[in-house]
Ligand binder design. Sequence first.
Ligand SMILES: C[S@@+](CC[C@H](N)C(=O)[O-])C[C@H]1O[C@@H](n2cnc3c(N)ncnc32)[C@H](O)[C@@H]1O
Length: 274
Amino acid sequence: MSSDRGYVMAETEAAAESQRLALLESRADAGTIGRLQRLGVAPGWRCLEVGAGRGSIARWLAEQVGPEGSVVAADIDTRFLDGMPDNVQVRIVDVREDGLETGAYDLVHCRALWMHLGDPAAVLARMAGALRPGGVLLAEEGDYGLYHYGGHPDGDELSEAAHRTFAVMRSAGIMDAYFGRRLPGTLAESGLELLGVEVETPCGGPGDPGFEFARASVLDSLPRLIEARVMGDGEVGRLEGFFGHPDSLVCGPSGVAVWGRRRQRERERQRDGV
Ligand SMILES: C[S@@+](CC[C@H](N)C(=O)[O-])C[C@H]1O[C@@H](n2cnc3c(N)ncnc32)[C@H](O)[C@@H]1O
């Protein structure tokens, strides 16, 4: 997939996008924080969070690394990154184009970022190059392969329409909804040492953060989808009916988490045959 298009939600009104990102944080932070704890984030670490969004993970990292450590919270859109702790530097970065320091960080993290970018392998190479030898990268991306609307008579048809929409979005270079499954292989090919992979597919009804994140993502993107003729008025009414029904359930998207370590320099040279 190639994409020079901007981030799909970049034109969403600020309050609605902030609320949508807050739902993503409620849905995903516990898993991310558990993985970061297992990776041993500790006082003094230098961390880079790319696509920091509303900043919950940058804030958590700042607490862990303390005053002797530091966190760079990088995003193409920093409007939700106000009021960060003193050891967090907020930076406007378009990771498709802008340079990152090389060999500088103990940890590089991103979540729900690469699926929105046209050339994830190139971005991964830049982010991996930002690690010091021995530093770790954690990437977490979505995969809508199991995505399904259930518990409602329109569920199956709306699910099929959703997958048709994902296919259009993918070929238009807007978002690769099926990128998660390619994440482990992309990391393995990058030259990092693959340390672990986890996949989970949550399922929940109204009030569940995953359901509410799906509701906000779908309803906020409707104007663009209608304008692009990916969706018609009939489907819009049925989607609103689905999300308004107490028995409705959303399954997915799956979260795919992958982590790897930058090899020591002599191991990198051996691997590259230099
Ligand atoms: C779905 S949000 C995820 C936010 C956060 N990582 C989280 O999981 O809570 C995607 C984020 O990536 C940022 N983003 C999109 N394209 C980007 C780019 N080319 N460079 C840097 N950040 C980008 C968006 O502005 C947004 O904050």
